[in-house]
Design a protein around this ligand. Structure first.
Ligand code: FUC
Length: 822
């Protein structure tokens, strides 16, 4: 961001009487379990800080440390023949069971897994194990975790950061009395590893990841071992630890680093892997992980703690400080004095705590800045935080909702750069997906299925017939991923990016969809087709999953076609292609309202096997799509609402988060708010629950359960959607503001067209607001009451749904707005 924009942004911050809220997660006791530990990250190096007294545990991750290597080609030469057979079974015979069998024969291999880097332990020699004072926190306005305790009159303090500018994790350990620090540092991992002392204050751990690992749900007994079979060996990794002491004595051997009689010690952790891109063998063609880690470390150790902090804060604040959000609260700052676990418990019990909601909002922004940085891999199912050698669902990328949800809030919450790793992943997936499209479907373009990984796997998973087609064979990855390519353009107005990056990829996904669609009874349909992970009861009373033209398939394709038509129009290019997409879009099997008044999920108005299923895939049309809206398509919006009512409010963490977005788009802020409450229910369970266990852990991580980060990001997106929406060519201010948020202010939210919004509201109506037009263009605002725009001739026009105020903006100009009562 240039200086001028930064200055203008400062001016955006509205003046209010609210106290600046205390953005900390804090606790009165150490973490017993991982979901009580506090996450730090610089996009690449992740740390989970337990804050223990005598035996500190810091669990570590490096974002590129995965099993496996580049994807194979020609994995299933029979796939295409079985596609034709599945189509015949579906379109000629309506034999869904038979189609299911053919679909199994269209499968390739499973994805790989994301791995932990290891554990750092700090064993401290203390005269007592029970401290007289104890405190730990995560300060999300500065991205720093602190643990403080007093024993025998000595206060010990550990502060820890994961620095993006210096690419190390740094821990400053101090004692309030001279020479009282006595501890040993150890490092270990569940992977095979070897520890070596490098010098008298430095050790390193090196190891290698397995060349392949089956997902945990496939073979629970499989042991994790280096796979030496011919071909590409697994990824190498290295962790280097160095202690810099101001006083006392430090020594090191292969077992660890020992510090004696010190007062102030800074510990540096540097790590790297041999990962060298999705298409390079991480062993034979890998990077020099030792040199990478050493170079980061050698550079960082030259800096003092204050210098490290200064670099870290400057970098972090650049992103985090873009948005401020406050809600009026009668409690003032009192709730911030309650420890976060208790606060979450009170909230679960129904306590009103608006500043907890804004803390959660900002925590999700914190998480995105911490787990997704330009140049690194996309945030996976657990962001970058994983302790398991065989993580749930491989901690990979699931493309039928989860990985997209990670990036739903990136643009609106003013963290556009954090979406770049995802865009890079999509680019890679288009490369492997091109081969998949050709080999499995004989189509142009690129195809991606249900799961992917750092290698950009794109084939249908299932190990050649062992996966259930209801998830394994889902085909709509490339069109759904393409939505994010388009959003990034819509929010940035970057035409060069549109022309060189987004459009060619979107066109490739469009080619795949055009070729995959088949004519059937006067329409273009998908066959085989799935509504992710859900099943139906057909006309004959039989349960099925593989069918024709599910609503989600048609909606995702409609979305891509609509976006690519718009993109080609904006670039003034490809007229013939654009015309053909328009013609295809007209023939898509349309949306239907079912007998219960709901939006139909399937080709026919079949019953659901599980009416409360966690996936509400057909409402892609409402969010993240925009085919249905209460303003433009009120009948369909009513049907979507009915669908949500029939589905019920319960679900997994991500399902609850999705429902916040649905209700916001349906302009029911109070129901959206109800879902926020639902998601912010304290749970300690890590036992997989597919039905109704969704909630939040004591460290505010989302609980599927188990932990999945998508719910954190989905909830942030939903909160943004209650405040600003911009999906239909206008910017709606406070479109679904809940009663509980009747008064508040926010600055720095983004809207499509590259506008930055600040608003101050009371009684759910705008008092003052401002729009910063970053790149110029027409701005159309929809509000409940008329607006005045300083220095601009603009009239608010009354419509059936509030007022519309349109005006032309100039690049870099800030427009001040006042609301008026009706
Ligand atoms: C999809 C969901 C599951 C889980 C998994 C990672 O398969 O249906 O609930 O979130 O992704």
């Amino acid at each position: 961001m240039n200086k001028k924009i930064a200055t203008l942004l400062m001016a955006l911050t509205p003046f209010t009487a609210f106290c600046q809220q205390n953005l900390k997660l804090w606790y009165k006791q150490p973490a017993k379990v991982w979901t009580e530990a506090l996450p730090l990250g610089n996009g690449r190096l992740g740390a989970m800080v337990f804050g223990r007294v005598g035996h500190e545990l810091i669990q570590l991750n490096e974002a590129t440390l995965w099993t496996g290597g580049p994807v194979r080609t020609n994995v299933n030469p029979h796939a295409y023949d079985n596609l034709l057979l599945a189509r015949e079974a579906l379109l000629k015979n309506e034999d869904y069971a038979q189609a299911n069998e053919y679909a199994k024969k269209m499968q390739g291999y499973y994805s790989e897994s994301y791995l932990p880097l290891g554990n750092l332990t700090i064993t401290q020699q203390l005269t007592d194990t029970v401290p007289t004072t104890y405190y730990r926190d995560l300060d999300i306005s500065n991205a720093i975790a602190t643990t403080r305790y007093t024993i025998d009159g000595v206060e010990y303090s550990r502060q820890i950061i994961s620095s993006a500018p210096d690419q190390v994790i740094a821990i400053r350990f101090t004692a309030s009395k001279t020479g009282q620090l006595n501890f040993t540092l150890g490092i270990g991992n569940q992977l095979k590893y070897q520890n070596v002392a490098v010098s008298n204050n430095q050790i390193l751990m090196k190891g290698q990841a397995p060349a392949h690992l089956q997902p945990n749900y496939v073979d629970f007994k499989d042991t994790v071992a280096l796979n030496d079979k011919p071909g590409c060996r697994g990824m190498r990794y290295e962790l280097q630890v160095k202690a810099i002491n101001k006083d006392g004595v430090v020594s090191a051997d292969a077992n660890g680093i020992t510090v004696k009689n010190a007062t102030d010690v800074t510990i540096f952790l540097s790590a790297a892997t041999s990962f060298n891109g999705f298409d390079k063998c991480p062993d034979a063609e890998g990077k020099d992980e030792h040199k990478l880690a050493k170079d980061y470390l050698d550079k960082a150790v030259k800096y003092s703690w204050p210098a490290l902090l200064a670099h870290h804060y400057a970098d972090y604040h650049k992103y985090f400080n873009r948005v401020s959000f406050n809600l009026a609260t009668l409690a003032g700052d009192a709730n911030a004095l309650v420890p976060t676990d208790e606060r979450l418990f009170n909230y679960s019990e129904g306590a009103k705590d608006p500043s907890f909601e804004t803390l959660y909002f900002q925590f999700s922004r914190y998480l995105l800045i911490s787990c997704s940085r330009p140049g690194g891999p996309a945030a996976n199912l657990q962001g970058i935080w994983n302790k398991e050698i065989r993580p749930p669902w491989s901690s990979n990328y699931t493309t039928n909702i989860n990985v997209q949800m990670n990036y739903w809030p990136a643009e609106a919450a003013n963290l556009s750069e954090m979406q770049l790793p995802f865009i890079n992943f999509i680019k890679n997936a288009a490369v492997t997906g091109h081969v998949t499209a050709k080999e499995f479907y004989h189509t142009r373009g690129w195809a991606v299925h249900h799961n992917s990984d750092i290698w950009a796997l794109s084939n249908p998973v299932g190990d050649l017939g062992h996966g259930d087609p209801m998830w394994a064979n889902w085909t709509m990855g490339s069109p759904w991923l393409s939505q994010h390519l388009w959003w990034h353009y819509q929010f940035t107005n970057d035409k060069t990016y549109l022309k060189d990056t987004a459009y060619p990829l979107m066109k490739g996904a469009t080619h795949f969809c055009m070729d995959f669609l088949v004519p059937y009874k006067g329409y273009l349909v998908t066959a085989p087709s799935l509504s992710p992970e859900n099943s139906f009861i057909d006309d004959k009373g039989k349960q099925g999953t593989v069918s024709v033209a599910t609503t989600m398939d048609m909606a995702i394709i409609w979305d891509l076609f609509t976006n690519v038509i718009d993109a080609a129009g904006q670039l003034g290019t490809d007229k013939a292609f654009r015309d053909s997409v328009i013609a295809y879009r007209k023939q898509l099997y349309p949306l239907h309202i079912g007998k219960k008044g709901n939006l139909q999920e399937w080709y026919k108005d079949w019953e659901d096997t599980d009416p409360h299923h966690r996936h509400v895939s057909h409402l892609f049309t409402v969010f993240p799509g925009h085919e249905i809206s209460p303003i433009q398509t009120p009948e369909l919006a009513a049907a979507a609402k009915k669908t949500l009512e029939l589905r019920g409010d319960a679900g997994t963490g991500w399902s609850l988060a999705w429902k916040i977005n649905f209700w916001a788009r349906l302009l029911d802020g109070n129901h959206a708010y109800k879902m926020i409450h639902y998601l912010l229910r304290l749970t300690g369970s890590s036992k997989t629950n597919y039905a109704n266990g969704g909630g939040s852990y004591a460290n505010l991580f989302d609980a599927h359960p188990p932990f999945q980060i998508d719910g954190n990001f989905g909830a942030l997106s939903g909160m943004c959607e209650t405040l600003v929406q911009s999906q239909s060519g206008e910017i709606s201010l406070l479109p679904a503001i809940p009663d509980a948020w009747a008064e508040g202010n926010i600055s720095g939210l983004k809207a499509r067209g590259n506008f930055q919004i600040a608003m101050n509201w009371k009684n759910k109506q705008i008092v003052t607001a401002s729009v910063l037009s970053v790149t110029g263009g027409i701005c159309k605002l929809r509000t409940a009451t008329p607006l005045k725009i300083t220095g601009v001739q603009a009239r608010s026009v009354k419509t059936a749904n509030g007022y519309l105020t349109g005006f032309n903006t100039k690049k870099g100009m800030l427009y001040k707005i006042t609301g008026s009562k009706i």
